[in-house]
Write a protein that binds this ligand. Sequence first.
Ligand SMILES: Cc1cc2nc3c(=O)[nH]c(=O)nc-3n(C[C@H](O)[C@H](O)[C@H](O)COP(=O)(O)OP(=O)(O)OC[C@H]3O[C@@H](n4cnc5c(N)ncnc54)[C@H](O)[C@@H]3O)c2cc1C
Length: 344
Amino acid sequence: MNTHAIELTTRDGEQLRFECAADQNLLAAAASVHIVLPAQCGQGNCGTCYANVTDGEFTLGKHNPAALPVDDEAQGGTLLCCTFPRSDLRIDLPFAHDRILIGEIKVRNAEITAIDSVGENTLRLELLLAPDEDGGSVAEFEPGQFMELEVPGQGIKRAYSLANTGNWEGRLEFLIRLQPGGLFSTWLQKQAAVGQTLIVHGPKGAFGLSENGLKPRWFVAGGTGLAPMLSMLRRMAEFQEPHPARLYFGANRSEELFFQAELKALQAELPQLQVVFCVWKPDDNWQGFCGTPVDALAQDLADATVFPDIYLCGPPALLDAAEAAAKATGVPADQILSERFLPA
Ligand SMILES: Cc1cc2nc3c(=O)[nH]c(=O)nc-3n(C[C@H](O)[C@H](O)[C@H](O)COP(=O)(O)OP(=O)(O)OC[C@H]3O[C@@H](n4cnc5c(N)ncnc54)[C@H](O)[C@@H]3O)c2cc1C
């Protein structure tokens, strides 16, 4: 069968090439030659394998429209897991080459060391990786990445972003929104306990800090979308990175805002960090910003003298609104980075 030549260019200018048959999707073709690109569901649902076709013809198969905004699609935006080539293709990847794995995704056991309720329907889950075959326990990942967590014997695998940073002890921290009737959510609520084992696949994913000079970094998080932002900000604190930083963290009601003490602690380590708590439906006692994080972002962008790099994470509706607000004030598309929290 005829194949087409695929050329990928990463954000930092590295190139990778492979062949893809017309009836093969690009993600699978890359994996068949051991190029593991950031991805999760593999079915066009999650948006994690987003990329931009700059040259060539392709067919985009069945996918969830929420995973690929319509205006992105019109400009070559695609999901690699459901893209079938009709000619040779040139594709820009929205991440650096260090997010591409040459080999296989790691699969390890991890023990639950804590499950705490941190707010309404929100848990903090802490795991400790079991030693690997070389006896090491290191938790190696980049801030912004996620892991897939699997309950042994149940075949349920779900994506959750890491909230901590890489460490030698093997600690993994997650912030999890309990979805009504959700399979993993129900297991967490009813069966999970300290001491039990989970299977951990990863790290995976392309979301993360962009090395883009000393531009300000603004982070916009809805609900548990805070997790990857925390990871990135904690890394900035560890490395004492000097970029001006702002976090917009929103909830519908003030009682739903969690991790306020942890964010205060982070500010002590990263003094230039400004945290803007946003409450959409505040009660009379609320003294912070009234509105969504997108309202606060739009207001501050109007006064910005330098366009910041903008990091967005949470439900797709929040991301679409934030991206539209940022683009409307002139923020270039390549300064807007996002991770969509979509169902498995
Ligand atoms: C890359 C990535 C990273 C993620 N990181 C996190 C994270 O750090 N924290 C976190 O809380 N979530 C995160 N998510 C979302 C999480 O993986 C899903 O919500 C997951 O489906 C929940 O599993 P479940 O088994 O509890 O529910 P499921 O059995 O998958 O779903 C049950 C029901 O709930 C609905 N549902 C599930 N998830 C959502 C959602 N996110 N929005 C709206 N409706 C939903 C489904 O449509 C279904 O009706 C991430 C998703 C992706 C793609």
